[in-house]
Design a protein around this ligand. Sequence first.
Ligand code: ASP
Ligand code: MG
Length: 451
Amino acid sequence: MIVCKFGGTSVGDAAAIQRLVEIVNARQGERPVLVLSALSRVTNGLLALVPAHPTERKAQLTMLMARHEDLASTLTAPGEALEALRADAAAIAERLAGWADGSVDAELQDWLVAHGELWSTRLVTAALERAGVPATWVDIRPVMRTGGQCSRAVPDQAGLPGRAQAVFGPLLDEGRVPVTQGFIGSTVDGRTTTLGRGGSDYTATLLGAALEAERVEIWTDVDGIMTADPRIVPEARVLRTTSHLEAAELSAFGAKVLHPATQAPLLERGITCVVLNSFAPDRPGTTIVSGFRPEPVMGCSPVRAVSWKPGVTVLNIRSPRMLGASGFLYRLFGVFHEHGVAVDVLASSEVNVSLTVDADGPLEALCRDLESLGEVTLYPNRAIIAVVGVDLRGTRGLAGRLFQAVREINIEVISQGASEINVTFVVKAEEGAEAVRRLHREFFGPGEVAA
Ligand code: ASP
Ligand code: MG
């Protein structure tokens, strides 16, 4: 069997859903399970209901529903799909009516936002059925059991294979195409949770591993994983082949094609992942395989891609107590762990630790607790630049070339560490795009051949 995940723009309108139907139709023999995102912009639309004024909320909900109803009437036979959508909209209106203006209840928010995926899957199931593809709508929530943390729930991976096989196995055996939601799950007691923004990719690979898929296809709106973000580097190229690890490095830092956790479930089992463009389904895309090691080739660029991540804050902790003390970093990271804040880049000296955190995390509370360890300073509005490549550590002269290319840009935190495929540093957010462009020009400019 295979897992095919379609992102928001790949189910965003009637034309997109029609292309999806064709893609799935062509793959019926491979026993596909479909994992879908919400229609493009719907997750944001649902989240915007939270702070909206009650009358505005009503108007916004009506608009969201109208988009789904329009699609239902164009693509599906009258019946269940539309009825389910309307029943959901009524339930949302009812729960929101009792919701004080502006208050944010994280549990209610997860429940609310999950409807984007619940609706897109209803629509697509009905559209497939109408086109003669035998499809069955599956509620993923009892299968994707998670912890209780709202908006970033952690899936229970140990129990997943059993639950997934029990639900999807019989449907596949009957020759049906199961259509299910990415991004959402539920706690043991049935409360709806979500896996974090962009989490549908993660659902797809979790299911792929649980069902021992032959391959996981991620259908998106770009040609694959690229040598840089094409919105800031128009001449960026597609990487035809990459490894799970390299893909993980790239998606952690802003390539935004894949959710950063996506590759983890596939790594262990060596399941291939293919990133494809649903707007141009015949293009080859990027194939992500285990154990792929691009050979460092003489005369070829050692760099495979340059990526970046804006929206980052640098946190600096200065503490003379670090001098010669053991266990300092242990205590430091204990505080990060307690607050559930992940660190991307780290550099440390005798009395100083600099690290980067996402700007939207609970930084105030974190800093309060860190004060007991040392003097904490925050530097907001930063961007991480990551240069990913082949054996960067062993490439003589690379650091010189790299920093020469961005010599006019002030560089704040540098981390090369043990990773042989990644050199990472931090710049001011407003200089991030320029840094990426310069580095891309240096390593992928005329005369450079991509490895
Ligand atoms: N719909 C969710 C989001 O926009 C999940 C996803 O698309 O992967 O974040
Ligand atoms: Mg996505």
